[in-house]
Design a protein. Structure first.
Length: 202
């Protein structure tokens, strides 16, 4: 596998509504709002679902890389429920290796209700669900395994892809950032962060 992404596994749930629906539910048009489980259940019970898409910012990037022909994988936490299965199926359809074994979690799979009005404006209500509970026990560090199998130090592998990134930036005539932190330099710090925080935004 060439690229592995870790992030919030959020199912995008697309629904068509009218402006009156937004007003009745105290939603501000064209904005994004974080909602809790009760509000999520209330809203989804009132909606007709048009489509579902496996989303989340990291997963979206990974899908794009897959569509460009890269061998990619993704780790994100879902529950063993209907939306969790849709999330896994959606990534597999996009030829993404989904590297998380879902279980029946205390809370349901994360979702973003995307409410589309007739003028094509989108109002989003995001329920993080179990996606926000991802922790170090959910992550099987494949890049470290790859370094062990190849006999190369992890820094050799990451430097290789850092050089490819720099070459791509140069080819685009773009400016390199002044600071380029590497996640692999902060693995222990990240583990500590995961352990101390129940909700994680990746």
């Amino acid at each position: 596998m060439k690229i592995l992404g870790i992030g919030n596994a959020i199912v995008d749930v697309l629904c068509k509504v009218d402006d009156n629906f937004l007003k009745k539910n105290s939603l501000t048009k064209s904005t994004m709002k974080l909602i809790d489980e009760n509000e999520f259940k209330t809203l989804i019970s009132l909606l007709d679902i048009e489509d579902t898409i496996s989303g989340g910012s990291v997963a979206n990037s990974i899908v794009g890389l897959s569509q460009l022909g890269n061998n990619v994988g993704f780790i994100g936490k879902v529950s063993d429920d209907n939306l969790g299965q849709k999330y896994e199926d959606g990534l597999k359809k996009e030829k993404v290796n989904y590297l998380y074994n879902k279980t029946n979690e205390p809370i349901s799979t994360g979702s973003c209700l995307i409410l589309i009005t007739p003028d094509s404006e989108r109002t989003m209500c995001t329920y993080l669900g179990t996606a926000g509970k991802i922790n170090d026990r959910d992550i099987d560090d494949k890049i470290i395994e790859a370094s062990q199998k190849s006999g190369e130090d992890i820094s050799v592998i990451t430097e290789k892809y850092a050089r490819i990134y720099e070459e791509d930036v140069a080819a685009l005539n773009a400016d390199m950032p002044d600071i380029v932190p590497k996640a692999t330099d902060y693995i222990e710090e990240m583990k500590g962060f995961f352990n101390k925080n129940s909700s994680v935004f990746v």
